[in-house]
Design a protein. Structure first.
Length: 129
């Protein structure tokens, strides 16, 4: 059995800033690349508080999920990367506005640095089935 691999691309999310795809669709699973709070129109980090940054990340993920034929409701797993674990509560607050129970599985990792000096990056796995 051959599994078809398809790359996902949408102008509604930031363009890749390296040698990777916004997402890759294999079978019923879509692997979403990490998103930082880049505005897709300007490719600049959004200004404002951490809540605005996290919302931009989830908006970017939602745009990619839509382009893949799903939505945030299809996300089964998220990985959150934070440069300061004190931002954990803000992620929970914002995430509650984008997801309802049953929530996706999630891991949060503290990191020293993220691309472009971002404070948050999130990637995900989407299941379309």
């Amino acid at each position: 059995m051959t599994t078809t691999r398809k790359t996902i691309h949408t102008p509604a999310a930031p363009q890749a800033i390296g040698s990777y795809s916004q997402a890759v669709h294999v079978g019923n699973t879509v692997y979403l690349s990490g998103q930082i709070p880049l505005d897709p129109a300007t490719m600049q980090l959004v200004a404002g508080d951490i809540h605005a940054e996290i919302r931009r990340v989830f908006d970017n993920l939602a745009a990619i999920a839509t382009a893949a034929g799903g939505s945030l409701a299809n996300i089964v797993r998220l990985t959150v990367y934070l440069t300061d674990m004190a931002l954990f509560a803000a992620v929970n607050e914002v995430m509650a506005g984008y997801f309802t129970a049953p929530y996706p599985a999630r891991v949060t990792v503290g990191v020293a640095q993220l691309p472009r000096g971002a404070r948050v990056e999130i990637d995900g796995i989407l299941h379309l089935g």
